[in-house]
Design a protein around this ligand. Structure first.
Ligand code: 13P
Length: 241
């Protein structure tokens, strides 16, 4: 049985105070949320402390947005697995297109980060997806298959989530058509050794399209950016029908 995982990726949003204000509005909307889904908040490092204290006893899992492959060392600006697990972090986003595009992340560093996350007992959420240019050039399938092959080399597929995030759909309001998102998700599954890896869709997921997205047979969850920033909209998403 594939697990359903709905994760918010806050990116570089929210101070500690704003994070707690979000929780205040969000947690009370989870009373009726069905047990079949895991709810994750992937937040800035500076919000982990405050959230971990206030998530005790709730069903929301804490996530981070990056992890370095070394246990410690001279890596200014990076964070280690142990630093995350100390706060009760369970999930970590790895290889987001914004990190690949703006911070020089490569398939090689993504692969190292995935393995480091797993070595610390963290479940990585690996992001893959094509740009508009690659889609228009008919390279979507080959690009994604290539990313999976390189990123997953030597990675344990029993402790893994994958997010299909077409870059052109991120933050644009331009959601990938649901049948197409399902087709690519199925393609991703066909490349995996473990058919039970949950595969999310990400890219302009909103309260008004989540029901249709989750109705697709191959999509096991969502990775949500902008719409995870307000309690009501993220609550509506995790309470999809
Ligand atoms: P949006 O939901 O804002 O399009 O962002 C998607 C994303 O990048 C999640 O990781």
């Amino acid at each position: 049985m594939r697990k359903i995982v709905i994760a918010g990726n806050w990116k570089m949003h929210k101070t500690q105070a704003e994070s707690l204000e979000f929780l205040h509005g969000f947690l009370k909307q989870l009373d009726e949320t069905p047990d079949d889904r895991e709810i994750v908040l992937c937040v800035p490092f500076t919000a982990l402390g405050a959230l971990s204290k206030n998530l005790h006893g709730s069903r929301v899992r804490l996530g981070a947005q990056n992890v370095h492959w070394e246990a410690s060392g001279a890596y200014t600006g990076e964070i280690s697995g142990a630093m995350l697990t100390e706060f009760g972090v369970r999930y970590v986003v790895v290889g987001h297109s914004e990190r690949r595009q703006f911070f020089g992340e490569t398939d090689e560093t993504v692969n190292l980060r995935l393995k480091a996350a797993q070595n610390h007992g963290l479940i990585p959420i690996l992001c893959v997806g094509e740009s508009k240019q690659q889609r228009d050039a008919g390279e979507t399938e080959s690009l994604i298959v290539g990313q999976l092959q390189a990123d997953l080399e030597g990675v344990d597929q029993s402790q893994l989530v994958i997010a299909y995030e077409p870059i052109w759909a991120i933050g644009t309001g331009d959601t990938c058509e649901t049948l197409e998102a399902n087709r690519i998700t199925a393609l991703i599954r066909s490349q995996l050794k473990n058919p039970d890896v949950p595969i999310q869709y990400g890219g302009s997921v909103k309260p008004d399209n989540i029901d249709e997205i989750m109705a697709q047979p191959d999509i096991d969850g969502a990775l949500v950016g902008g719409a995870s920033l307000t309690p009501d909209s993220f609550a509506r998403i995790v309470n999809y029908q």
